[in-house]
Design a binder for this molecule. Structure first.
Ligand code: HEM
Length: 280
């Protein structure tokens, strides 16, 4: 079952050209949604103006080689391993959704364009099912247990927060209904029901890019890279440096530290990591 190409079965009723046209339409929706989102929020304008402002406040020049190394670090850390997430569960759930989505999208495209009417190599179909399972599992884990509304604000899992939840809900629905559709291939009624739900959620995911968080996958890498640049050039987004309060040089610069806190100031505490939030 999980090594079968579900699109080949579908081709008996839906011509491959219609399936392929639908994929092209979804790609266009992503491009259009992202461009409109950028124009509406003026995020590109803000991004470049902010980068210019940071450049003016720079304390040193970052060389081309250094920039290339920071770009590479952004790819290996923030993009490939979701290093921005401090919470290991959130990081793992993000890695599952991200790699699951990529596997699912790439293998769908391969099966629809290369093997629309015949069985695809077993590995491709297997990766499609694994991708959907990873995406579904990572997304449901996030939805029920990890997202801040549920974890820290006492919001019930079934509370749908409008546009903010479009992305995650349609991702989960696409993965789950896609899998159910594939498993129900021999059951006439269920097959059609799950297929309709699969297409509806896929259309919602790719058709709502303008309103949803979908485009973060393009913007976040640029933001993470720019943040690294501001640390390297010393502009630090106008934030103070990170000081080691027990460093004699720091104490000489700020004499009130040893005066009020002693020569070896204790750590200032765990702050927000002190206890899991549950005061609602
Ligand atoms: C296939 C690509 C990706 C998928 C499917 C994906 C999925 C998700 C999901 C489901 C969320 C939670 C959204 C919510 O709060 O409802 C999220 C948040 C986040 N993602 Fe991704 N992501 C992808 C790519 C990336 C990349 C490339 C980066 C960074 C370079 C990134 C960084 C983040 C960050 C920092 C958050 C938390 C931001 C926030 O909550 O607003 N993601 N992602």
């Amino acid at each position: 079952m999980i090594v079968n190409n579900p699109f080949a079965e579908l081709s008996a009723l839906v011509p491959p050209s219609v399936m392929q046209g639908y994929v092209v339409l979804m790609v266009l929706c992503v491009v259009l949604g992202t461009v409109l989102d950028m124009l509406h929020k003026q995020s590109a304008k803000y991004f470049f103006e902010n980068a210019k402002k940071a450049q003016k406040a720079a304390k040193r020049e970052v060389s081309g080689g250094e920039k290339a190394s920071l770009a590479l670090k952004t790819v290996t850390n923030e993009v490939l391993t979701s290093s921005e997430f401090n919470n290991p569960k959130r990081r793992l759930s993000h890695l599952l959704t991200m790699y699951g989505f990529i596997l699912f999208v790439v293998t769908s495209a391969v099966m629809i364009f290369k093997y629309p009417t015949t069985d695809a190599p077993a590995l491709i179909a297997l990766l499609w099912h694994i991708g959907a399972a990873m995406l579904g599992f990572g997304g449901l884990w996030f939805w029920f247990f990890i997202r801040v509304d549920v974890l820290a604000e006492g919001v019930k899992w079934h509370h749908f927060n409008g546009r903010g939840d479009f992305f995650i809900v349609s991702l989960i629905a696409m993965a789950v209904f896609g899998l159910l559709w594939s498993f129900a291939q021999q059951i006439n009624f269920a097959q059609w029901l799950f297929f309709v739900l699969f297409i509806a959620s896929t259309t919602m995911l790719f058709g709502s890019v303008y309103w949803s968080k979908f485009a973060h996958m393009f913007f976040k890498p640029a933001a993470a890279y720019q943040k690294k640049i501001t640390i390297a050039d010393g502009s630090r987004e106008n934030l103070p440096e990170d000081f080691d309060l027990s460093d004699p040089a720091v104490q000489a610069r700020f004499p009130d530290i040893p005066e009020y806190m002693g020569k070896n100031p204790p750590p200032m505490g765990l702050g927000i990591s002190r206890e899991p939030p549950s005061h609602y």
